[in-house]
Design a protein around this ligand. Structure first.
Ligand code: GLV
Ligand code: MN
Ligand code: MN
Length: 428
């Protein structure tokens, strides 16, 4: 199967969506679960059908490749894992679309540089408290020690979970590789492209992101016999902290977003004053300065609330990713591909996190977005129309082809591209 039409891209996304953990709403495919393994195995088969000579790397990323004349390699792809109750398009589209593009590149008689597709094993951080496990391994940023110490909520370490899939954590460093550039195709996950009526988003930067685990300790007591004034109620304190998260984000005059998406009363029961609460904060901002300022304000509020409610609070940062700019030359190549195909496009900053954030710190990186219907994502009803999926993969193919033929200057210019300064440099 060398040439795939728009229906096939959608059909493949739906085939992957069927590989989900039992009982989930939408798609739940967490790292190193049976559903995850089945999905990577299916991706492997698709790469094999396209003649991309696939292989699994040390952490369970699946790669395929079209060889060019030189050793240097352009990388494309995205992730195969999902959030709990996620959608069929987030990550999977960039994998299926990249296989489609490489199946076409495979037909070209000559490529200067090689092109590789990767289906990253993990990006979301929804199973273990680390995001982008696959791309971090590819960039040489994780160690066997990390696999031993990072555990899921049931106390299972990454190493143990890898063992179950015959992946040897001692060989993690073998996953690291060098690439000349990375281009990730993805759904937008927000409402802006649809609202502006644009076919394609050329990503300019990815918001910095922090994830915190916050533990509030009070004193658990009898709910009937403990007077309100004598309580050290961890849930009352945590609830005030949740509202402080919203207030701090609201008060930011710049774009800052903060969310509490998970909260647990540990050992709670109806007739007990809660003594132990854990919740998680997701904090993002358009610049690192704004994010750091919001983080400082939040910490201050949490400490004040703890003091006034007679509890203690401990904050642990699990993720601290700074904002990353996308490569300006690559943005121009993508814009040129849109122009030559008569597609409308706009520059857009990504508020969602991506593997491109990890890779973009090291090598020239860019992202191509397609619209998300009603901006819905991390939801079972995530949707992008087949013709929009096809436009995105066509832009990816043309972009990769330009890069594979040896584009000069990639990575030399890190200034933001804007609509007025996106020259038709490569396509007149
Ligand atoms: C990943 O999708 C994130 O933005 O959290
Ligand atoms: Mn994603
Ligand atoms: Mn996601």
């Amino acid at each position: 199967m060398k040439t795939l039409g728009p229906e096939t891209i959608e059909q493949r996304l739906l085939a992957l969506a069927r590989l989900t953990q039992p009982g989930s709403l939408g798609v739940t495919r967490l790292l190193y679960t049976p559903a995850w393994h089945d999905a990577q195995a299916l991706v492997y088969r698709w790469m094999e059908d396209a003649g991309l000579c696939p292989w699994w790397d040390a952490v369970g990323n699946v790669h395929g490749r079209v060889d060019g004349a030189s050793e240097t390699t352009i990388l494309t792809g995205s992730h195969i894992d999902t959030v709990v109750n996620g959608g069929a398009y987030d990550g999977a589209y960039g994998v299926v679309g990249a296989i489609w593009a490489l199946s076409h590149l495979k037909q070209r008689p000559f490529l200067r540089q090689s092109v590789e597709v990767v289906s990253f094993c993990e990006e979301e951080g929804s199973h273990f408290p680390i995001t982008c496990w696959g791309s971090r391994a590819l960039m040489g940023e994780v160690t066997p020690g990390d696999a031993k110490t990072i555990c899921d909520p049931d106390g299972v370490s990454l190493r143990q979970a890898m063992d179950a899939h015959h992946l040897n954590a001692d060989k993690i460093s073998e996953a690291a590789k060098d690439y000349a550039a990375f281009v990730e195709l993805h759904i937008e996950q927000g409402p802006w492209l649809e609202a502006q009526g644009k076919d394609i988003g050329v990503v300019t930067s990815i918001f910095g992101q922090e994830r915190w685990t916050v533990r509030v300790k009070g004193v658990s007591r009898h709910a009937g016999t403990t007077a309100l004034r004598d309580r050290h109620d961890a849930l009352i304190a945590a609830s005030r902290m949740v509202l402080a998260v919203q207030d701090v984000a609201n008060s930011s005059e710049h774009i800052g977003i903060a969310t509490v998406g998970e909260l647990h009363v540990i050992g709670g029961s109806t007739n007990c004053v809660p003594g132990d609460v854990v919740f998680h904060v997701d904090l993002r901002a358009e610049t690192d300065r704004v994010r750091q300022r919001l983080a400082g304000q939040l910490t201050h509020h949490f400490q004040q609330i703890a003091q006034s409610t007679g509890v203690t609070v401990a904050i642990e940062k699990n993720t601290d990713e700074r904002m990353v700019k996308m490569d300006a030359t690559l943005q121009n190549v993508i814009a040129g591909s849109c122009r030559s195909q008569g597609l409308s496009f706009m520059p857009i900053a990504s508020r969602a996190g991506h593997d491109a954030q990890i890779i973009g710190r090291k090598i020239p990186t860019a992202m191509i977005f397609v619209p998300s219907h009603q901006g819905l994502s991390h939801h079972g009803e995530e949707y992008t129309a087949p013709e929009q999926l096809q436009r995105g993969v066509a832009v990816l193919l043309q972009t990769l082809e330009q890069l594979a033929q040896g584009l000069p200057g990639v990575g030399q210019d890190q200034s933001f591209a804007t609509p007025n300064v996106l020259p038709g440099r490569w396509f007149g």
